[in-house]
Design a binder for this molecule. Structure first.
Ligand code: IPM
Ligand code: MG
Length: 355
């Protein structure tokens, strides 16, 4: 099986190297091929998602992705900024299903900004639709306003839209995921205001009737944002659109106190996927060997499970990560008194030793 390795910018290359070494240590015959993406793609080929990189990603069975972005690209026009690589890969590979688990490891309960008794045992999964909604909806652009309070004035607009099949397929992903968990799905919408999300709610409800063994509830997005900090353990699987999922998944990640621990998967209809840590490229600490590689290593575990049909190997990697945490090893971002601080490579080595 072929894995495309797109390390990207900032700490991307350091953390991806550790995840790749973990995959190599499993004794499987995976083949790795690297390509430039993000700012690195722009430097090498003048575009954040070079043609050759996209072709490699399309040909591979899975993509191991680091992170993209650096302040030095802030002045570039939007179509050349590193983020465009992320959006282009999602669109071109049809990666419509974004899985973002937020799990609190008991050893790290002290790292959360919420009280331990509120977050201990937290284990939720956000299923975010990733190729539709206002992110990709057309038309979009700028024009002179034809109506509204200031006709004739310059205005900008985007289009929020979802088709029935788009909502159905992401709803199925959520209900199927719930079957392997606590059998509860919370669909997050804004049906009280938006036509798009009234439609969303109806379709998720209809799909839910095909899963009588799974409990379905509907929450408005503002209430969901509040519930996430009030009592996050009420959630099992949250399914929502692209924009609300972007916002809620950042909120959920912070409940665990350690964004350096959270993996993610973006899947197409045939289980091909792109796997990346939930955190960004952290250019401020790049090249110093102190970044936490665990989110990327856990993303590799998700890759083993969802794209490479190696569920036992995924469990092995996850168990190794837990073992290393239990032993008291910590990178700087999750360091607490009484634990032992290690760097990126030492953490990766410890996970491989624990395998
Ligand atoms: C994410 C990021 C991206 C998004 C950006 C980098 C385009 O915030 O993966 O959540 O908005 O989807
Ligand atoms: Mg985001």
């Amino acid at each position: 099986m072929k894995i495309a390795v797109l390390a990207g910018d900032g700490i991307g290359p350091e953390i991806v190297a550790e995840a790749q070494k973990v995959l190599e240590a499993l004794g499987e015959s995976f083949e790795f091929e690297s390509a430039a993406v993000g700012g690195a793609g722009y430097e090498a080929h003048g575009h954040p998602l070079p043609e050759s990189t996209l072709r490699l990603a399309q040909a591979a069975d899975a993509v191991l992705f680091g992170a993209v972005g650096d302040w030095k690209y802030d002045a570039l026009p939007r179509e050349l900024r590193p983020e465009q690589a992320v959006l282009g890969l999602r669109k071109n590979l049809g990666l419509f299903a974004n899985l973002r688990p937020a799990i609190l490891y008991p050893e790290l309960a002290g790292a959360s900004t919420l009280r331990p008794e509120v977050v201990l045992g937290l284990d939720l999964l956000i299923v975010r639709e990733l190729t539709g909604d206002i992110y990709f909806g057309t038309p979009r652009g700028r024009r002179a306003a034809v109506d509204g309070p200031f006709p004739g004035s310059p205005e900008a607009f985007d289009t929020m839209r979802y088709s029935e099949p788009e909502v159905r397929r992401i709803a199925h992903v959520a209900f199927q995921a719930a079957r392997g968990r606590q059998r509860k799905v919370t669909s997050v919408d804004k049906a009280n205001v938006l036509e798009t999300f009234q439609f969303w709610k109806e379709i998720v409800g209809a799909v839910g009737r095909e899963y009588p063994d799974v409990t379905l509830e509907h929450l408005y997005v503002d209430n969901a944002a509040m519930q996430l900090v009030r009592n996050p353990r009420q959630f099992d699987v949250i399914v929502t659109g692209n924009m609300f999922g972007d916002i809620l998944s950042d909120e959920a990640s912070m409940l665990t106190g350690s964004i350096g621990m959270l993996p993610s998967a973006s899947l197409d209809a045939h289980h091909k996927g792109l796997y990346e840590p939930a955190h960004g490229s952290a250019p401020d600490i790049a090249g110093r060997g102190i970044a936490n590689p665990l989110a990327t290593i856990l993303s590799a575990a998700m890759m083993l499970r969802h794209s490479l049909h190696r569920a036992e190997q995924a469990l092995r990697v996850e168990a190794a990560v837990k073992k290393v945490l239990a032993k008291g090893l910590r990178t700087a971002d999750i360091y607490e008194q009484g634990t032992r601080q290690v760097g990126t490579q030492e953490m990766g080595d410890a996970v491989r030793a624990a395998l």
